[in-house]
Write a protein that binds this ligand. Sequence first.
Ligand code: ATP
Length: 485
Amino acid sequence: MAHRILVADDEPLYLRTTGELLRKNGYECVCVPDANLAMQALQREDFDLVLSDLNMPGNLKLELLHDHNRLRKHVPIIVVTGVPSLPTAIESIRLGIADYLMKPVKFEDLLRSVQHAIEHANQTRKAAEIPIRPASELQHLFPRLIGASAPMMELFEIIDRVAGTDTNILITGESGTGKEVVAKTIHEHSHRCEGSYQVIDCTAVPDSLFESMLFGHKKGSFTGAVSDQDGLLKQCDGGTAFLDEIGELPMPMQAKLLRAVQEQTFTPVGSHTQVKVDTRFICATNRDLHAEVNAGRFRQDLFYRLGVIHVELPPLRRREDDVLLLADHFLKLLTKNNSRVYGFAESTLEVFKAYSWPGNIRELRNVIERSIALSKGNLIQPADLPKNVQGDTNATEPRWAGSDIHADAATSTPGSGGQLPSFASITAGVSRDEALKAAEYQYLVALMQTNAGNVSEAARQAGLSRQGLHKLLKTHEIYAADFRR
Ligand SMILES: Nc1ncnc2c1ncn2[C@@H]1O[C@H](COP(=O)(O)OP(=O)(O)OP(=O)(O)O)[C@@H](O)[C@H]1O
């Protein structure tokens, strides 16, 4: 079904030509010459977008924007003005407009802005309707991507939707947010999954070799070209090319890439014959490509070609408790080969939640790897973390690795209250030995807490000899002194 656009402008020629051009591009348009008629149309009918002039009858105080904001906030509005002014621009942005364009505006720029605004509004609408999916389903469908926060649910939905298309995708996000993993996941979920997936790191290849690496070369075309060589694009014919750090691509290469992306053809270095391929392009950058375009460092046409769909990855600090899921995931992954560390102290998890993770998931993984190596006990303590990550909490309550075991029992008092700790959250994901070991550790921590580190009292309560308890504490590397108040 065609998207519906309301165009409001008091310049008859502009109104007519814009309406005609939008219709030619598959949109349905209603064109009105003033703000009052625009408001009436908005109340009467459904639209996907409003394209509005600022200086027109009935809109001297931006009434249309205010009323639209009150009644139809979910419909994006693009302002196109012939009389730009800073105060109205600021006020328009404050009122949440999708874009602010100045006349004369090139129709292709207008069209791009319209497409973007409608796509973005659709994504926002869909995100609001996104259901929470069960963890087991997510683990099965997205084994590389750990996360259960709302931004991750939205990302899973987007991957589901875009993977089936052949549209080029631009993935942006801070360093370490998972752009490369997401690109690989999209490839694996697409009909191209049997085809090759090639990663091209635009920062790693010298400018002089870029063309040959991407498009290949003929023997003798330059010193060192001792034989014909296919480039990476040829290798991923039928598959996906992932161009990482696309913002770093030198200008001359941008022009060549544009042709390859647009026409799916290229000419190897030293050849006169065009090669045709069928390749999907996924690109990633942690730069603001829009700003790069404005600064003249990145071609606008390439930007629009590559970013037909834009996927923005959230930084870890905005992903709620995902930091804990990821910490558990990395701990399990990195202790697979029998490390004695099998959990985090509760206070360490508090530190994880409080820290802002500027290096995102990569930093989290590195921190955990380092802490496993440095930890003296079975649980990673705040003191095992790098100084910049450490908080000031120093409690020793355990919280178990993975979602397998959660040590709520540390606050219960085995023996004294007759209540055994609840290990309800132990799953079949761990072996019996691991579960028993974890339970024993948990019991001992609770026992030492209750008895404030007094081993004789604790042994009496547990029905053990003093030596027997000492031996057990030593096995688990639990130090009585840590519990003395
Ligand atoms: N959702 C996730 N679940 C599990 N691991 C993840 C997730 N996202 C990223 N990772 C891991 O975090 C690390 C960084 O991810 P990746 O290299 O994809 O980030 P990036 O955004 O491409 O970084 P850069 O911009 O620096 O290239 C990798 O080890 C990756 O496996």
